[in-house]
Ligand binder design. Structure first.
Ligand code: WT7
Length: 659
């Protein structure tokens, strides 16, 4: 370890003792919200408070006269009689206010390309593409799939859908074409917008070709629009496929934004749950936009005229929907959009982007921060990061040491950190510090945002825990909450509102409340694994593994991992007569890559002659977690065959020898 690194290490160790970080007087002086009374004001009448935010921050064609309709829980409705258009709020109103020349996105490509897209340009492109979608037969309420990399067209595609009331269904670019097909099938998408090829670390993947291999016989999908991003040759089917640029050129330039009912669905986003079938989270226009606009402005203390915002997530996850597209654009902010990976073309690229564009607020995942820690503080040290004034964290718990490193090395000790807890389902940030008000504790997302009621309750009784561990719940409806699971109302009620009733939303996370009432989110209580902030269901990965011809059975668990937070560990029973080999491990990993995506590949495969099961045949994952992490085994008395565990222990002991 270098002397500098050693010094830093000792400094951070010392700082672990610090309990609380108060916002500096300097920071507080310039902040938008500095008076803690905001919490009481919101708590006194959350519906009125949210309604005031909706009116203050959004431009309505018809202002709502109603707040929350809770007559049919858990199917809550917000701002029911209001009408507005999301794309109008993100584009037209800013251009009309004279801000057309403001940069919406400083886009940076992997190969060093720069494209500054202004609000006026984004509005032009969106109008044309909205007309192109109409020309393709897309109507209000139709579902449109979007499978695009991090290029400005992804925002255009989303906003064009919103403009005409089509419901977008974005699939993260890291998912395989087979996953895209499944999501198009479940949502009965009429059109899919994709790309000829996508670049990743200097290589180009032939996306359109892969899509074609999966989508050929999907009858519901009538059209495929192809953005020419890389010039990769791609097959085009006559009558079904059109190029984006050609469709736009043929379309009319003007497409007025159509006012939508506040409860009109804005998008579906599939996420993983306890079973192999992904859940189609449905968000609606008025409530969602209220949630993301308010939180983006106040959690990040945003000054749209001067800030340069960078949310370093992918637009294919909810973080990207809310804090790359809708929140920042609705607030008229200037953002950085980065196409690539954090280590291409070099490990300092993030910091080069911060320096080049004068980024003032950075929002990133703990997994990225841990990677940067591994690469060393010298790398960010080579760049001027003095433009930064606020840092955010999202996606998984951040360990105090990573928090402190982020604070010291990236934030130069002067930037508050907002550790923001939320989910695809919540639409917007729910638990977070307010940078001008809250004293932060490294590792805690602190307290609920004004107007949000979160609590930790006892697992069995459902009674609030005064101090200690339990299940995290949200007690009251909030505007940006999911409305249902697409075409699965029953599953929606069952998943979130059966355990503690229809008025309490079950989050699916365990959490701890400390003596100050601060919340510490621990992790999922269901069979959902969080790999580098990517949410995966163990059942989904199991079914992909079992699809391999040599596999008889598989059980997947999330194992704690110093880099990715959790990593996929698979216990695999091979079909009779098949011998375990290194090639088989690779074959299994490849199967998962094709069926789900590379990010879901198991990091570790443990061969198991048999799996621990209860007498009713249920796999006991708790025991698998214990054994994989080398812990003493818990209660094994309910096992059908207790001998299985001894055999597994033998297999794990042999694991090292095989490598
Ligand atoms: C799950 C939601 C939030 C958008 C990206 C992920 C975990 C999220 C935090 C945080 C601890 C966190 C939870 C949650 N999570 N943020 N700040 N601290 N855990 O959205 O894919 O829907 O996953 O991510 O377990 O339930 P998602």
């Amino acid at each position: 370890m270098s002397e500098v690194a050693d010094g830093l290490e000792r400094k951070l160790e010392g700082m672990l003792e610090i309990e609380k970080f108060e916002p500096s007087a300097e920071y507080r002086d310039g902040a938008l919200w500095t008076d803690p009374a905001i919490y009481e004001e919101a708590a006194a009448d959350p519906v009125a408070w949210w309604t005031a935010r909706a009116k203050e921050l959004l431009d309505w064609d018809v202002e709502p006269t109603t707040g929350l309709d809770d007559s049919n829980p858990p199917f809550y409705r917000w701002f029911e009689d209001g009408r507005l258009n999301a794309s109008h709020n993100c584009l037209d109103r800013h251009v009309a206010a004279g801000l057309g020349d403001r940069v919406a996105y400083h886009w940076r490509g992997e190969e060093g390309e720069r494209r500054d897209v202004t609000y006026a340009e984004l509005l032009d492109s969106t109008q044309r593409f909205a007309n192109a979608l109409k020309d393709l037969g897309v109507k209000k309420g139709d579902v449109v799939g979007i499978y695009l990399p991090m290029i400005p067209e992804v925002a255009v595609a989303m906003l064009a859908c919103a403009r005409i009331g089509a419901i977008h269904n974005v699939v993260f670019g890291g998912f395989s074409a087979e996953s895209v097909r499944e999501r198009m099938e479940f949502s009965e998408a009429k059109v899919l917008i994709t790309v000829d090829g996508a670049r990743r670390k200097g290589r180009t993947a032939p996306i359109k070709q892969q899509v074609d291999e999966q989508m050929g016989d999907l009858g519901s999908l009538g059209k495929i629009v192809v953005v020419r991003a890389t010039g990769t040759a791609c097959p085009m089917t006559e009558g079904r496929d059109v190029f984006y640029d050609e469709a736009c050129a043929a379309a009319a330039a003007e497409c007025p934004a159509e006012p939508m009912e506040a409860e009109h669905p804005l998008f579906i986003l599939y996420t993983s749950g306890s079973t192999a079938k992904p859940k189609g989270i449905v968000h609606t226009t008025g409530g969602y936009l209220t949630g993301v606009t308010t939180t983006h402005r106040h959690v990040f203390d945003l000054r749209p005229e001067e800030d340069v915002w960078w949310c370093a997530a992918d637009v294919g996850w909810v973080t990207g929907h809310s804090y790359i597209v809708y929140g920042p654009l609705s607030n008229g902010a200037t953002s950085v959009m980065w196409e690539g990976a954090p280590d291409h073309p070099h490990q300092g690229i993030w910091w080069e982007l911060v320096q080049d564009h004068g980024v003032t607020i950075l929002y990133a995942a703990p997994t990225a921060i841990r990677t940067f820690i591994k690469w060393g503080a010298e790398i960010p040290g080579r760049y001027d990061l003095s433009s930064l004034r606020l840092l955010g964290s999202v996606g998984e718990p951040i360990n105090p040491k990573a928090w402190l490193w982020y604070h010291q090395v990236i934030g130069g000790g002067r930037c508050p950190i907002v550790d923001t807890w939320w989910q695809t389902e919540t639409g917007a940030i729910m638990i977070t510090p307010l940078p001008g008000i809250t004293a932060t504790k490294p590792g805690s997302a602190t307290t609920p945002f004004p107007g949000v009621s979160a609590d930790v309750v006892d697992e069995r009784s459902g009674e609030p825990v005064a101090e200690g561990q339990g299940l995290l719940v949200l007690e009251k409806p909030w505007p940006s909450m999911l409305r249902t699971l697409y075409k699965e109302d029953e599953r929606f009620v069952e998943t979130y509102f059966s355990r503690f009733g229809k008025e309490r939303y079950l989050v699916g996370d365990a959490a701890r409340k400390d003596g100050d009432g601060y919340l510490w989110v621990i992790g999922r209580i269901d069979d959902v694994v969080n790999v580098s902030g990517h949410r995966l269901s163990t059942a989904e990965v199991e079914s992909a593994i079992v699809a391999h011809e040599s596999v008889a059975e598989a059980a997947v668990i999330g194992q704690s991992d110093p880099d990715t937070g959790q990593a996929i560990c698979a216990f695999v029973t091979l079909a009779g007569g098949v011998e375990p080999t290194e090639e088989l491990v690779e074959g299994i990993r490849a199967e998962v890559a094709t069926r789900i995506g590379k990010f879901a590949r198991p990091k570790r495969v443990i061969w198991a002659d048999d799996l621990p099961k209860t007498r009713s045949g249920k796999i006991m994952r708790r025991l698998l977690r214990d054994i994989a992490e080398g812990r003493a085994l818990g209660d094994v008395t309910t096992l059908r065959d207790p001998g299985v565990m001894a055999e597994l222990e033998r297999q794990i002991a042999a694991e090292g020898d095989e490598d």
